[in-house]
Design a protein around this ligand. Structure first.
Ligand code: ADP
Ligand code: MG
Length: 240
């Protein structure tokens, strides 16, 4: 099965000379349909860099990033923007919702930007909100909803319209433990339905929802677990 996301020897250097920072060093990595991969590592190890490169929000200094078989570098700015609207869902830690738009309008926005009719976009948005369990709150504005409900809107926006690559940077960071688990269950369900997911987390119990854990340190993959993330966490001496 071909991967949905593939990184080949991807490096990202910020600045130059004395202030040069190697955020990622020759990282190779793939995420396949049905797979949820957790990315762990200390602060500054390159986790967010990995995700922004995977999402086409930033470009590597060297190496290639491919999504659904297409090299993001050769797509050009327009092609990458289109890829982000149609294939890639990005969940941010702080939700990044638009306060002036209702839940349904927030979710419909990427589809409308992609040229879908208002009616089609609204229908897909309602379906995505149903999928994340807040279908009845579609008319509410973000500030009328709890943190967990707001993150559900963000997840609905990331999965709307059959996106197959879901990228989540500490998606549970702003949530209490129980709500965090519910959010992870949603990501897990979407991957079970055929998407590939990559999630940054610093909590081992959250990584236990993943099929694999990739550990980064100083921009390098230092360990990649096989089938049991928790086993690997213990073996690596990582605190649970
Ligand atoms: P993490 O998400 O694991 O905390 P990041 O990917 O955000 O780490 O950052 C990795 C390294 O790259 C850090 O040393 C960080 O300071 C540096 N870095 C990230 N973005 C920039 C930038 N835009 N300019 C300069 N350095 C950056
Ligand atoms: Mg980060």
């Amino acid at each position: 099965m071909s991967p949905i996301l593939k990184l080949d020897a991807v490096s990202r250097v910020h600045g130059e000379g004395a202030t040069e920072v190697h955020a990622l060093r020759a990282v190779s990595f793939a995420a396949h349909p049905g797979e949820l991969v957790a990315v762990m590592g200390p602060s500054g190890s390159g986790k967010s860099t990995l995700l922004t490169l995977a999402g086409g929000l930033d470009a590597p200094t060297s190496g290639t990033v491919s999504v659904e078989g297409a090299d993001l570098a050769t797509l050009g700015a327009k092609g990458r923007a289109r890829m982000r609207r149609t294939s890639i869902g990005y969940v941010f830690q702080d939700f990044n919702l638009i306060p002036a738009l209702s839940a349904a309008e927030n979710v419909a926005l990427p589809l409308e930007l992609d040229g879908a009719s208002g009616r089609t976009a609204r229908k897909a948005a309602r379906a995505a909100l149903d999928e994340v369990g807040i279908g009845d709150l579609w008319q509410r504005f973000p500030d009328e909803m709890s943190g967990g409900q707001q993150q559900r809107i963000a997840i609905a926006r990331a999965i709307v319209g059959e996106r197959r690559l879901i990228l989540a940077d500490e998606p549970t960071g702003a949530l209490d433990t129980e709500t965090g688990e519910e959010i992870l269950a949603l990501l897990r369900a979407r991957c079970d339905a055929g998407a590939a997911g990559v999630m940054v987390t610093h909590e081992a119990r959250h990584a236990a929802w993943a099929d694999r854990v990739v550990f980064l340190r100083d921009g390098v993959v230092v360990d990649e677990s096989g089938t049991d993330p928790v086993e690997t966490l213990l073996a690596s001496g990582h605190p649970r």
